[in-house]
Design a protein around this ligand. Sequence first.
Ligand SMILES: CC(C)(COP(=O)(O)OP(=O)(O)OC[C@H]1O[C@@H](n2cnc3c(N)ncnc32)[C@H](O)[C@@H]1OP(=O)(O)O)[C@@H](O)C(=O)NCCC(=O)NCCS
Length: 188
Amino acid sequence: MKDLTRTGQRLRIRRSRPDDADATFRWFADPLVTEFLPLAGERILPMENVIAFLAQVSRDDEPRLNVAIELYDGRLIGTASLREIVPEESAEISIVLGERDAWGQGYGREAMQLVLREAFDELKLKSVWLIVREENTRGVRLFSELGFVLEETMHAAVVIRDVPRAKLRMRLSAEAWRLRTSNLPARA
Ligand SMILES: CC(C)(COP(=O)(O)OP(=O)(O)OC[C@H]1O[C@@H](n2cnc3c(N)ncnc32)[C@H](O)[C@@H]1OP(=O)(O)O)[C@@H](O)C(=O)NCCC(=O)NCCS
C-alpha cells in the first residue's frame, strides 16, 4: 500500500508506523475501549503482537491499509483500517478511537470520512462494509449517520460473559456515499 496522508478539519490520517506501538498497546489494554471489539474487555493485545502487527502493516507490500488518527497538535487518538480489500469491489472498514476522552466529539465521524474518501475516491471501491456489535450504540449511530445500512443481523454471533450478543453487518455503497457527500455539508 502506498504512502498516504489525508487531512480533515481537525485531524489527519496517515499510515500506521512501528512507533505507534506504545499508544496502540495502551488502547487495546483498556477494557472500555475493547468492550465491543473481539477482545471484549476481557483480554489485552500483548505488546509483541502489537509490534509485529505494526511492522507488518507498515510494509510497502502490505495489502491492507492501516492508518493512525492524529489531531493537528500531534496527539494520536486512534486507528482505522481497510482490510479484506477486493480491488475495485469492496473492503472491510474498522475504526477504534483508543483515547476515551476523544469520544463523542465528532472525531470518529471525521476520521471515517477520510478513510471513506480513500476507499471510494482513491481505491475506487464499489462498497465498504463493517461488523459492529448490536449494543455498540455509539458506533451504530455513527455508521448509520454516515449512510451505512444494515445488511445482516447475526444473532448470538458471540458469547460475552455467558450472554449471547448479536453482531450487525452494515454496508455503504459508493453511490450512497457520493449522494450524501454531494448533498450534505461536511460536519465538524
Ligand atoms: C465508535 C467510535 C468510533 C465513535 O467515534 P466518536 O468520535 O466517539 O463518535 P462521534 O463523536 O463522531 O459521534 C457519533 C454519534 O454518536 C453519538 N453518541 C455519542 N455518545 C453516544 C452514546 N453514549 N450513545 C449513543 N450515541 C452516542 C454522537 O452524539 C454522534 O451522533 P450525533 O452526531 O447524532 O450527535 C468511538 O467511540 C470508538 O472508537 N469506540 C471504541 C471502539 C469501537 O467501538 N469501535 C467501533 C467498532 S465497530
